[in-house]
Design a protein around this ligand. Structure first.
Ligand code: AP5
Length: 217
């Protein structure tokens, strides 16, 4: 699969990407995970990104394109990739499609996960994430708690709330999504690549994608 996954913060992009990755081994590329890993590692990328992320703002396009250009040329992308949280602006989408042309890549579709605002707010305040940069498994204290509170089922790492999960940052992230990222829905609709789902069931979203890709092949 070669997919872009769009959706507001908390819509379930990371959750769906992990489920789709298990279907055929396509690699999940979460720019949020990459940036949080860089912050944890104290790298130059992390230092440049941290303040934007904690405020709930987007990291500058040029920096994100550098990250993505390098990542998409790694060998594990050859069998498919799921872009979770990228692109997030029209300039990022334009640059991404220029890069696809250069690398000879054809996108299968752009999955747009639409979930009501109340559901998103509820999910974001109850989400917990594994802090191990190599894992970053997603949990939810209501719908998917770890077996032992605060401990990751996958790697034994610490499960906690993210730094951008404050009320102010969540509200800013939702506003940023509406202003900067929501216009990508039109961008992909115009190109005939858009698949919108309004289901709050992860299984139904996965079925919508595999159904669409199955019928296109
Ligand atoms: P990022 O990490 O991408 O955050 P986000 O877009 O705000 O999305 P989230 O990770 O919050 O939510 P999600 O949709 O993945 O939902 P999840 O599956 O976790 O980005 C963070 C920051 O990095 C940005 O604010 C920005 O600063 C920067 N950044 C990243 N990419 C960038 C880019 N391209 N350009 C510039 N800056 C960039 O699910 C949420 C919760 O709901 C979980 O607890 C989950 O268990 C639960 N859940 C999910 N599905 C269901 C379901 N069906 N039923 C019940 N519970 C569910």
């Amino acid at each position: 699969m070669k997919l872009v996954i769009l959706g507001a913060p908390g819509a379930g992009k990371g959750t769906i990407a992990k489920l789709l990755s298990a279907v055929d081994g396509s690699v999940q590329i979460s720019t949020g995970d990459i940036l949080r890993g860089a912050i944890e590692a104290g790298s130059e990328l992390g230092r440049r990104a941290q303040a934007y992320m904690n405020r709930g703002e987007l990291v500058p396009d040029a920096l994100m394109m550098e990250v993505m250009e390098a990542r998409l040329q790694q060998a594990d992308c050859e069998n498919g990739f799921l872009l979770d949280g990228f692109p997030r602006t029209i300039p990022q989408a334009q640059a991404l499609h220029q890069l696809f042309d250069k690398l000879g890549i054809a996108l299968d579709c752009a999955l747009n996960i639409e979930v009501p605002r109340q559901v998103v707010l509820e999910r974001l305040t109850t989400r917990r994430t594994c802090e191990n940069p190599a894992c970053q498994e997603i949990y939810n204290i209501k719908s998917k708690p770890p077996a032992r509170e605060g401990v990751c089922d996958q790697c034994g790492g610490t499960v906690a709330q993210r730094d951008d999960e404050t009320e102010a940052a969540i509200s800013r992230r939702l506003q940023t999504y509406a202003e900067k990222t929501a216009p990508l829905v039109g961008f992909y609709r115009q190109r005939g690549l858009l698949l919108t789902t309004r289901s709050t069931s992860s299984e139904e979203v996965v079925e919508a994608v595999t159904g669409r890709l199955g019928s296109a092949r």
